[in-house]
Design a protein. Structure first.
Length: 336
């Protein structure tokens, strides 16, 4: 009889154990009353006396090792089973399941996409620029020289001398005009930053600015484009008006107001009891701006406009406090 053969069979049987059920089967097949060890012990009787003695010692040693190993595995699987039962005891199978929430777009994102969709339909392409901008592009190239009072209208955050967080996306217009000749027809969406905060202003907000430069561009073209936009965004019956205003980079300039959809023109804190909501500024590109980028104001003209996306979203969704967009309250955001 070969004791090595028995050792190989024992080790093979133990290595096959994966569960407590496997353990029970292997224990029976190895150390049971009719198991493998019993078969080998029965065969000892046929051996010579000296051979029986040495072979018996090897068998007993191997059997002791086998039982010890099986006992260790049994203790392991019993402990694992207790832990599993303990974990399951915390599960209340009578409780209803949790339905995962479906994500949805933020109302600002929805408004952004709607604005871009409308102007894309009107033939405008999308241009982008850096949030951290040079003072030159943010102010000087837009006809706002150093120490000009108009800078007080857009007080911002300075990174260091000559570098600011952009106060509007108008610098993108300058960068585009520097890089190409007319015709130009772009919108510039993005985040902007100003030192301002109340129910209708936040230090960081979003803008979409537009620019069109070509031969024979007139104020009536600007009025037509913005009228189409307002009626597409807020409905064809939405009243709007062009109110004279001032911007350093456009001349003439106009604010565009629409009838307050929150109070239906009766007056509220959002429209400051006027019945009108200002949604964007606009005007004909100032000749000085055209000269700065190398265009000839005698050959081409253009118009520009800019709107706050949060302001548009407030009007579109009937929200009376801009700060609601940034509280991350799912009860509020899930309505849109």
């Amino acid at each position: 009889m070969d004791i090595l053969e028995l050792k190989d069979k024992v080790k093979s049987g133990i290595s096959s154990i994966k569960t407590i059920e496997d353990l029970k089967k292997v224990r029976t097949s190895l150390t049971g009353r009719k198991g493998m060890f019993s078969e080998y012990i029965d065969k000892i009787k046929s051996l010579e006396k000296e051979e029986r003695k040495s072979f018996g010692k090897e068998i007993n040693r191997l059997k002791a090792w086998t039982e010890e190993r099986l006992n260790e595995l049994e203790a392991f699987y019993e402990e694992e089973e207790k832990g599993r039962e303990g974990r399951l005891s915390w599960i209340d199978i009578t409780m209803p399941g949790k339905t995962p929430l479906n994500g949805k777009k933020h109302p600002i994102t929805q408004t952004f996409e709607e604005i871009i969709r409308i102007f894309s339909f009107l033939g405008f392409s999308v241009a982008e620029g850096p949030d951290i901008e040079l003072d030159y592009y943010n102010f000087e190239a837009l006809n706002i020289p150093k120490d000009h009072p108009a800078r007080d209208m857009q007080d911002t955050f300075y990174i260091k001398q000559g570098i600011v967080l952009r106060t509007h996306t108008s610098p993108v217009q300058i960068r585009v005009m520097e890089s190409q000749l007319p015709p130009v027809r772009i919108i510039a969406p993005g985040a902007v930053y100003r030192c301002d905060q109340d129910i209708s202003h936040t230090p960081m907000f979003h803008q979409v600015e537009g620019l069109m430069v070509d031969k024979h561009v007139r104020f009536s073209d600007l009025k037509g484009i913005l009228t189409i936009f307002v009626h597409e965004m807020f409905g064809s019956k939405t009243p709007l008006r062009f109110r004279p205003s001032y911007f350093p980079f456009t001349e003439p300039s106009a604010e565009v107001d629409i009838g307050c959809v929150i109070c239906n023109g009766n007056g509220c804190r959002v429209c400051k009891d006027t019945g009108w909501l200002e949604i964007l500024g606009s005007g004909m590109v100032h000749p000085q701006v055209l000269k700065i980028v190398g265009y000839d104001p005698e050959e081409v003209t253009g118009f520009a406009f800019g709107m706050g996306v949060e302001r548009v979203a407030m009007v579109k969704f009937g929200i009376d406090d801009i700060r609601q967009f940034y509280y991350n309250d799912m009860r509020f955001l899930s309505q849109f």
